[in-house]
Design a binder for this molecule. Sequence first.
Ligand SMILES: [Zn+2]
Length: 488
Amino acid sequence: MKFASFYQEYLNQLAAFKLALETISYEQYTIAPEKGIPYSNKILGILSKNQFEYENNKEIITKLESYVSSLSGLEKKEVSLRLKKLLDQQSLPSSTYSEYVDLINDSMMIWHKAKSENNYDLFKPYLKQVIEKKKEVLSYSKRYNGSNLYDLCLDEYEPGMNQEKYDLFFDRIKTKLLPIIPKQAKGTHLFDKNIDITRQQQFMNILCDFLKIDFSEIRMDTTEHPFTSSFSNHDTRITTHFYEDNVMSAIFSTIHEYGHALYGLQIDDEFMDTMFYEPYCAAHESQSRLMENHIGRSTSFWKALYPKFIEVFDEFKDVSFDEFMDAICTSECSFIRTEADELTYPIHILIRYEIEKKLLNGTVDYDHLNELWNDKYEQYLGIRPENDSQGILQDIHWSSGDFGYFPSYALGSAYAAQLYHAMSKEINVDEALENGHIEVIKDWLKMNVHHYGASKSMEEIVEEVCHEPFNPDYYIDYLIDKYVSKRS
Ligand SMILES: [Zn+2]
């Protein structure tokens, strides 16, 4: 792509801010000594403020408004996307913005405390204030029409999505999936064994070899919560967490994070520093879940790796391959979203979606919101949380004002299922995995999905690759086949 020099310079500056901020924050999570954090936080604050002011200066917006009309093709798309973002922020008074930032800082702190003390009443007034402030912030958007607050939230995490589209999606989940969730099913206890971290790391090396992770552009560290950070399309960081009492946790979280990492690494060079280098949430989650669930929880993946798994973890040597596969593809209704299996996961999201609609549309009774949460778990999954920490207080998202984020997780899973279906018609996925040729899958993903970055929406990519529009039935049928039909 070729831009006027003023815009290229603007992109370069923003890229410099981004890399500096990303590096400092990655170090804080991984290697920075604890006592150094307050100082680097101060620097992060200064840099973020400079970045915001540089990004949103009025002069650049005026220039871009006339520049965009002289463009065509991908350049026009890039600048239009940039303007959409800048114009949404333009009318927001800086005093409202800093009030919002301060409130979020307080609210997140109180949420941590409320969660650890199991006390919804402590968090309740903050949740109320965050919602009110969020509504005020959104009302400054150029696209606010008096009644589309939640649509604006949803669009933030997956552009083009709104309540109308998500209603159709979740109706499908509700009518087809909800009735067949086996509420009585009991999960597995096969992995309830203590396994030392040294051997877990040994197997991690085998897994990385199998995934053909290229360590000349990926670095791995350990953190409390696993995540991926893309510095550039030739430098991506993945973190993992080893649990002594759950050997599969680090394995699946690494496969998941590698799905995110690979996406970032396979985006075209020419998109670096543009809006296209940053795919949105559902798009990203579709790639991590495709890798974790469709590839990492498949029979052919483990046909190749299981012999090595029992060699390293000899406590499983008497477990048959079928028992092992049953154990990694098992379902049980549980309280915590991040630990949920593939089958019940979208129901956790459905519950949050239904409550978020009420929150943003102003029809919620804050005093009994925790009860509403518990009622929905009881109604949909047949289990009732015993306290608010395993209920409404479990996720950080609402305390940080991230309304509309949850639905993109379920949508990403559904994109993954449809893309995987198309992939398996074009290449022999099982043969590639059984023979240790994962590059066949990575190349397909690069050619058909990754290299576009966000220059196309995931909805467009799905339609192009699958030769039909997005259809959630691929996801629902896949879940029923893997978790209900085969297990009954
Ligand atoms: Zn993810």
